[in-house]
Design a protein around this ligand. Structure first.
Ligand code: SAM
Length: 246
């Protein structure tokens, strides 16, 4: 990481209220190097410039910490968190670097991306990260995965009604989905609210904010799992995306 890059990372994370340790900065520098090396060989991410990766992947991933949705509960063990559609590890890897207390499961349908996340987690010494390959429609029906997470995070994966159907089955009752989105239109929110109700959830918060430094518009949408998801959800692979519930 260049000195300018390090200054940018520190500025962006400080705006989120985070004070990175030297060790964490070193972790981000290693992740940047791994991502840049691997992107030269395979199509991992569209972003290539250091500044873009630092702001639009690393700092943007950490915006999931705005609010208190991922705070450690006063009682009970560590939060078990699924990153649905993690791609090259976002937000899972930046989150795991600054929050080693989270039990993190980055999941994606594309094996080569999950293999990268696995290699990166090992190289960064993130023993609490356990990547998983598969589609949400299928894993969400696996008894070991269904209703077994405290939190689902997801960034840039699908529209809200699709996310509700794919993500809420993974949550225990009382668990939270925190979706990292760009600007949200009222129609998407309305459809997402109705879909959440259908699969056992409710929208708890919609929080617009600006990405630090870059100032791009972002929204965190939080849904709570309020009741067990009916057995018929999620529907077969591909159906939630092709025919959203609302
Ligand atoms: N979250 C990452 C990020 O913010 O950089 C990746 C975003 S990428 C645009 C969307 C990812 O979601 C892809 O890697 C894709 O394979 C994954 N994905 C989409 N639908 C999925 C599903 N039903 N089950 C599992 N992964 C899915």
């Amino acid at each position: 990481m260049t000195p300018e890059g390090q200054a940018l990372l520190l500025e962006g994370t400080a705006e989120l209220g985070l004070k990175l340790t030297a060790e964490q900065v070193g972790g981000f520098a290693r992740l940047l190097a791994l991502l840049t090396e691997s992107s030269a060989q395979m199509n991992l991410t569209a972003l290539r410039e250091e500044r873009d990766i630092l702001l639009k992947h690393f700092v943007d991933s950490l915006t999931v910490l705005l609010g208190e949705w991922l705070d450690r509960p006063a009682q009970g063990g560590p939060l078990r968190v699924l990153d649905l559609g993690t791609g090259a590890g976002f937000p899972a890897l930046p989150l795991a670097l600054v929050r080693p207390d989270l039990q993190m499961v980055p999941m994606d349908a594309t094996r080569k991306k999950v293999e990268f996340v696995e290699r990166a987690a090992q190289a960064l010494g993130l023993a609490q990260v356990h990547p998983l390959v598969g589609r949400a429609e299928t894993l969400g029906r696996d008894p070991q995965q269904r209703e077994s997470y405290d939190r689902v995070v997801t960034r840039a994966v699908a529209a809200l009604p699709v996310l509700a159907e794919l993500a809420l089955p993974f949550l225990r009752t009382g668990g939270l989905l925190i979706a990292q989105k760009g600007p949200i239109l009222p129609e998407e929110l309305e459809a997402g609210t109705r879909a959440a109700a259908e699969v056992g959830g409710a929208v708890r918060a919609v929080e617009p904010f600006s990405l630090p430094v870059a100032d791009d518009a972002r929204t965190l949408v939080v849904m709570e799992k309020t009741a067990p998801t009916p057995d018929r959800y999620p529907r077969r692979e591909g159906v939630p995306g092709r025919k959203p519930l609302f």
